[in-house]
Design a protein around this ligand. Structure first.
Ligand code: ADP
Length: 495
C-alpha cells in the first residue's frame, strides 16, 4: 500500500468510526478530534481546538483522567479508562476507551484517546440495578410473604416475611415441595390437580385472583391467609409467584362479630319468647281462676236455699281447678329457681319398680280416657329425688295424653342397661317433626302448629330435662310426625 493510500484509509477510519478520537499536545491541549467526537459533544472544531481536554471532562473525573494519562505517557503504555465527558449542554457522556502516546526517540509527539460512548449501556445497567434493588427491597422488606415455585412445585424463593408468617426458614424449605410444607392436607390434592390442569390447558383455578384460604404453620396449626398467584415463563419453564398475607387476626374479628350478632339475635329471640310467654301465662292462669270464681259464685247462690250435698260436684270442680292453678304456678316457680341456680334435689335411695307402679296408678286417675299400660317394670335401686322424678313422669305422661286426643293407650316401659335404668313413654298422637326433637326441651319452646290447638306453657319438658340432668341422666324423644312419640329418660342405678 502506498503512503498516500494509507493516509486515505486512515482518514476514512478517523472520519467515519463510531468511536470518539482525540489527539492532544504534551500539555493536554486539543490538536485534533474526529467528527464523532464533535457530534457526540455538540461542538464545532474551532470551539475546541487548542483547549485543554480537562475542560470537556466531568469535573469529578478530571483528577483520575490526569493521573491515568500521566501514567500512560510516563510508562509509554496504553491504559484503559472509563470516564465521563460533558457535552455542550452540560449533559454527561460516559465513555470507555484507552489513552496512549506517539513518541519519537522517546520524546512525546502527541497523546491520543480512543473512546466509545457507553452512556446508554450504563444508563440501562443503572436502571436494571435500580429495579433489581427495588425488587429486592420489596422481596426482603415488603408486607407480603413471597414464595416462588417451579412446575415441579419445588420452592425456589422464600422471602423473610414468609419466614415470619409460616415459621420455616428459607434454608429449611428451599428445594422442598410446596404441598409438603404450608398446604394443609385437605387442599393438597386440589393443589396438585390445579397445577396439572394449568400445565395442560394454560388455565388454573387460582391463578391471577385473590382468594382467602387456610395455610399450615411450621408448628402445625392452620391459619387464614390472603393468596394471589402470578405466573411467568422463564427460559422455557413456568414459575409461579405466590403473594400471601396473614389475615388470621381479621378473620378472628370477623368471627367474633358474627358470634356477637348471633348472640344478640338469640337474646332478641329469647326476649320475644318471654313476651309471648307472659301473654300465654296470663291467659293460662286466668282460665282456671275464672272457672273457680264462677263455681264459687254458683255455690254461694245455691247454698242459700239448697241441700248442701248438691254442692259437692261444684266444690270438687273448684278443688280441681285450684290444683291446676297450683300446678301451673309451681312450674313457673321451678323455672325461676332453675334460672337462679336454686333448683336443689333431695335424693333418697328407693326401689324404682314400686315407685313407678305408684306414680302410674295415681296418673291413671287424671289421664282417663287414656289407658296407661305398664308393659315392663324393671327392679332396680336408684338414688333419686322421688318428687322431682314423679314430676318428670307426670309431665311426660300428661303430654302423651294431651297430644294424642282420641287415642286410647299410653305405653310405659322401664328397662335396664348396664348401670342405667331407662324409662319410655309411648303415645300414638300427633307426633313431632324430627328437626324439632331437641328444641322441645328448650325453655318456652312449643311447636308452632301445636300452640293453637293445645294449651300449655312450653316449660314442662325444660323443667324435666333440668331435673334429669341434675340426676346425671339423659332425656330424649323419638317421633314421626302424625304417628306418635316416645319419650325416654335414663337414671343411674345404685350398684
Ligand atoms: P307444653 O306446656 O307446651 O306441653 P312442654 O315443655 O311439656 O310444654 O312441651 C313442649 C312442646 O313439645 C309442646 O308444646 C309440644 O309442641 C311438644 N310435645 C311435648 N310432648 C309431646 C307429645 N307427646 N306429642 C307431641 N308433641 C309433644
Amino acid at each position: 500500500m502506498s503512503a498516500r493510500s494509507f493516509d486515505n484509509h486512515f482518514k476514512d477510519l478517523f472520519e467515519n468510526t463510531s468511536d470518539l478520537i482525540h489527539f492532544l499536545d504534551c500539555d493536554g491541549n486539543i490538536q485534533l478530534v474526529n467528527p464523532t467526537w464533535l457530534q457526540t459533544l455538540g461542538y464545532l472544531f474551532q470551539e475546541v481546538s487548542g483547549k485543554n481536554i480537562c475542560e470537556f471532562i466531568h469535573p469529578p473525573c478530571i483528577e483520575e483522567y490526569i493521573e491515568v494519562r500521566r501514567k500512560a505517557l510516563k510508562n509509554q503504555e496504553i491504559v484503559e479508562l472509563v470516564t465521563t465527558l460533558l457535552n455542550k449542554d452540560g449533559n454527561e457522556v460516559i465513555v470507555e476507551g484507552q489513552i496512549g502516546g506517539a513518541y519519537d526517540s522517546g520524546n512525546l509527539l502527541h497523546s491520543r484517546g480512543v473512546f466509545r460512548n457507553i452512556t446508554f449501556r450504563k444508563l440501562a445497567e443503572k436502571k436494571i440495578e435500580e429495579s433489581e434493588k427495588r425488587l429486592s427491597a420489596f422481596f426482603n422488606n415488603g408486607p407480603d410473604a413471597v414464595i416462588v415455585i417451579n412446575e415441579l412445585q419445588e420452592i425456589l424463593e422464600w422471602n423473610p416475611k414468609a419466614e415470619t408468617i409460616f415459621g420455616f426458614s428459607a434454608v429449611e424449605v428451599t428445594g422442598k415441595l410446596l404441598s409438603e410444607t404450608i398446604i394443609p392436607d385437605q387442599y393438597r390434592q386440589a393443589h396438585i390437580r390445579g397445577m396439572n390442569q394449568f400445565l395442560q390447558t394454560g388455565e388454573g383455578p387460582v391463578l391471577n385472583k385473590t382468594i382467602e384460604i387456610t395455610a399450615l404453620h411450621k408448628k402445625g396449626h392452620e391459619f387464614y391467609v390472603n393468596l394471589s398467584i402470578s405466573h411467568v415463563r422463564v427460559k422455557g419453564e413456568w414459575l409461579f409467584i405466590a403473594f400471601l398475607s396473614d389475615i388470621s387476626e381479621r378473620k378472628k374479628t370477623e368471627e367474633m362479630l358474627i358470634r356477637k350478632e348471633a348472640e344478640l339475635l338469640q337474646a332478641k329471640i329469647l326476649e320475644e319468647k318471654k313476651n309471648e310467654f307472659i301473654s300465654i301465662a296470663s291467659h293460662e292462669l286466668k282460665t282456671p281462676l275464672t272457672t273457680i270464681k264462677a263455681y264459687a259464685q254458683l255455690v254461694l247462690s245455691i247454698s242459700q236455699d239448697e241441700n248442701p250435698h248438691q254442692l259437692n260436684p261444684y266444690l270438687q270442680k273448684i278443688d280441681g281447678y285450684a290444683d291446676k292453678l297450683n300446678y301451673l304456678l309451681n312450674e313457673l316457680l321451678d323455672v325461676s329457681r332453675i334460672h337462679a341456680g336454686k333448683f336443689l334435689l333431695s335424693p333418697k335411695e328407693i326401689e324404682f319398680n314400686s315407685f313407678l307402679t305408684e306414680v302410674i296408678d295415681s296418673m291413671q286417675h287424671i289421664t282417663s280416657p287414656h289407658k296407661i299400660i305398664l308393659e315392663r317394670n324393671e327392679h332396680a335401686k336408684v338414688l333419686i329425688d322421688p318428687l322431682r322424678i314423679e314430676q318428670v313422669i307426670t309431665n311426660i305422661i300428661s303430654n302423651a295424653a294431651k297430644y294424642s286426643p282420641g287415642k286410647k293407650e299410653i305405653i310405659v316401659n322401664s328397662s335396664s342397661n348396664d348401670n342405667k335404668i331407662i324409662v319410655s313413654v309411648k303415645d300414638f298422637g300427633i307426633g313431632i317433626l324430627t328437626e324439632k326433637l331437641t328444641e322441645i326441651f328448650n325453655r318456652f319452646y312449643r311447636v308452632d302448629d301445636v300452640s293453637k290447638n293445645f294449651s300449655g306453657f312450653g316449660i314442662g319438658l325444660f323443667i324435666a330435662s333440668e331435673i334429669i340432668k341434675q340426676h346425671n341422666g339423659h332425656i330424649w324423644a323419638e317421633s314421626k310426625s302424625g304417628e306418635g312419640s316416645t319419650f325416654y329418660f335414663s337414671l343411674e342405678k345404685v350398684m
